[in-house]
Structure formats: structure tokens, C-alpha cells
Design a protein around this ligand. Sequence first.
Ligand SMILES: O=C(O)CCC(=O)C(=O)O
Ligand SMILES: [Fe+2]
Ligand SMILES: [Zn+2]
Length: 501
Amino acid sequence: MASLFKRARVVRGGCLPAFSRSYRATPWRLQQASTPITEVTPAGRPAFLKSGTLPQKTVESMKSWASPPAPDAPSQSTISIPIDGQPIEFNTFFLRDACRCPRCLDHSSGQKQYGTADIPSNLQGKAQIQTGSDGHQSVRIEWENDYVPPSPSPEPHTTTFPLSYLAAVHARDEASHRSAPSPPRKTLWDASKIKKELPSISYTDYLTSAPAFATAIHALDRYGLLFLRDCPDSEHELPNIVNRIGPLRDTFYGPTWDVKSVPNAKNIAYTHHYLALHMDLLYMTNPPHLQFLHSLRARCPGGESMFSDAFHAAEILRREGPDMFEALATFPVTYHYRSSEQWYSYTRPTIELWGKESGSERDTNDSYTSSSHPKTNTDMLAAPIKCINWSPPFQAPFRTSVSGSRGDMSAYHAAAAAFDTLLNAPENLYEYRMREGDCVIFDNRRTLHARRAFDASTGERWLKGAYLDDDVFRSALRVAGAREEGWQDGLDYETWTDKSV
Ligand SMILES: O=C(O)CCC(=O)C(=O)O
Ligand SMILES: [Fe+2]
Ligand SMILES: [Zn+2]
């Protein structure tokens, strides 16, 4: 029966501790083999269906978790803790589970030594406020019927929180009840604004100055565009530039790739033709978040780069043509890359919005992972933009709503034409001729890139390119800023580990 809980954790590097037999006491409920099974399901406890497929003993054990504790083992669903003089009820399991003491966390990795499911359902706790010699207040909880990870220490297990942490948790809960979390802060731009405010940094500062690097990548997050100046003239330099943020994203184009005009190009970018505004790799499930282009040679006429803020264009459309905005937020467009050796394909709407459903990461202050899409038009017209998908050169034939006189395709066509006009309007398009030694970094889910045709017969044009994923960028932003925007004071505790014992 215990095998239900003996999950084999397969972790890359094999470094997740815990869950090994020696580290786990038998969960309390599993010892209660004779616990009477009841159909009564108190609020907040899951009801189990009768299972025809699981062994009866397993089903009984599962039911025992859902049933109320025996009368001699009263449960305590909350613990009252005063926050700003008000008694606030915190869920008992939340408090026990959030313990970050050196017994609950593995000493070196800071990872948990037990699972939430190991916490006995009859857990009880008594909270006491303490004031340290430095004046900081903390909450010390003494537990009864606790799950205690094994430790050489004879001391009973207690949990101590900075009071500021619980105040921040409470504030976060309150805010999420009042309104949807605020969108990640972005600075939308048109051509004149970006010319004035263009984020840029010298190569040397980017690599050697932590504060300058932090400022630069926060600007990259805000504007979706950053220029590095005076990069070394070496085709081997780009991985160093990317690695300053984190490991680069390898694709079938290679870890880095050369944008040069070549015969039999496997990508339209590797020709000398005009390349319309687009994003890269939308035919993949998770297109790269950042794209890097390092200019190594700029010795022929033409080839100017162009950038356009697709969030800015989409916001204009939301204001001026809400029906068109809706068409772009719903109509599915298929992108593909097909050759003799590759066949990538993915379908997505042009505008993706942050959802509001509970459990989505927008509710947890994390701004760059996937979330559910708003369901109603009202939600759609209010929801912040998560990302844009626009890559005409890589579109496949449409797959839906195209037969007969169905309106969807025509509505999409009108909306796409309006969006294209906005993206390419001279007042929105930032044109810049990359100089040798420049490296541009841009948000591939927001900032569109294009280039003018060039005359490859009179001189060389050569860019080296690379990609980087969203998780890697979010991680670098957090490290550089110690916390994300929208992150409340005090919540840093969640990633803090007390290694003092
Ligand atoms: O040639 C350029 O400036 C851009 C090429 C391009 O779109 C790409 O490499 O993704
Ligand atoms: Fe591209
Ligand atoms: Zn603990």
C-alpha cells in the first residue's frame, strides 16, 4: 500500500533529495489500517469515487485521507496569527508545508525533504509572536501530530516565519481577491519614442558591470529591444554574449547560425531579399524568447534592419477596432517549417492574452509562463497581452473555418491587413542600419524584425544569430533584480534557506 506514496523521482542530475525510504516516516494515516471508511466528506476534503480498478486496500487508504479525523484526533484547519493587529487565519497545512527550517529542507540544495501529502491530517499548531534583539518580529509555531523529517537533533520540530513573510502572503491573497494581478510592466513604443529612449549598453559594461547589466536587461524586458555596442569582431563571440544571460537555445539551425546570402538557402533569411516583419520559430511549441543578431560584416548597400513593437500596434487595434482585435485573439494561424529532414508545425492565434482563471501563473505573480486564455469578449478586451505571433513567411495553409461562405476567415483577413498596416506604418517602424560590432537583442514574442534587400555582389553582409528561452531570461531578471516586478516585499522568504544549523 505504501507504494502509492513511494514515488520514484527521476530528476535530471539526480539531485532531488528525500522520498528515499530512510528519510520518510510512515505517514500517520497509513498506520490507521482499521480507520472506518465513511462516505461523509467535510468541506475542503476531496470525495473519492468508488474505484473498480485499484486494489481495495489502496482505495480504503485513500478514503481515510478524505474522511474526518477520528474524534480523539481533532483537526485544526487554520491557525490565527496577528497581522497589523488583526487576527488572520492561515491554513494549517500551508504553514507546515512552508517551513524552511534546516530539517525540512535539504542542507545543500534547499529542496524539500518531504511532500505535502506526508503532513498528517490531524496536525495542530500553536503560534507565538517573538521579537528579536534587532526588533524584527517572527512567528514561532509549535506543532502537534507533526510529520517530522528525521534529524540527529533531539529538539522538537518547530517552524519560524518572519512576520513580514506572513504579512506579504496575506497581502497577496487580499490583492488576488480584489482584482486580477497587474500585467508585467512594458513600455510600448513607436519610432520616435524608441529613437529617443533606445536602450543600449557597451559590450564591456554588459560583461563586466553587474549594475549596468541589470539595468540593460530590465530595459530589454520593458522595451523588448536592446543594442550592445563595440562587440569584438569574432564569429566566436556570440555564445559569450548569450551566456551572460544564460544557456542559449539550440535548434536545428545550430547553437548559433550565420545570416548570409547563400545559394539554396534553407531559410529566406539566408538570401539577399527583402524580409518582411516577422518572428522566428513560431512553428515550434515554445518559440525562443530572445533573439540575438551580432553584426560581423556590413559592407554592402542595403540590408537595413527594421523593428516594430507589436504590442503597441495591438493596443491601437484594441482601441480602434475591437472586433479586429478579437479576430486576431481567436483565429488560429498555422506556422510550419518543412524540408526533407524537418517538419515542424504549430497553430496559434495572432494575439495571446493573459488569462484570469485561478491556478494560472498570473495569479501567482509569475509573468512569463503559459496561462489560460480569457473566455468572454469582455475579458478579452481587458486582458493584458502575453505575446504576439506574426510570421507571414512561415505560415502554412489555414486549417479552420475556410469552407463555403463562413465569415471567420474573412474577418481574420481584414484584421490581419489592419494589423499589418499598423506594424509597418512609418511612424511605428524603427529603421537602423547595423554597424559592425553591434549586437541587437530583442523579444521575439513582441518585437518584430525585418530587413531591406541588399546587394551581396558588392560587399559582405554577415550576422551571427542565436536564441535564448523565456525561463532563462526570467531567471536572469530575477537574479539581476533580486525580485521580479510586482513581487511584494517579504515573499523572498519562499526561496530563502536557513543553512545555519
Ligand atoms: O538579415 C537580417 O537582418 C535578419 C534575418 C532574420 O530574420 C533572422 O536571422 O532571423
Ligand atoms: Fe528572423
Ligand atoms: Zn521545518
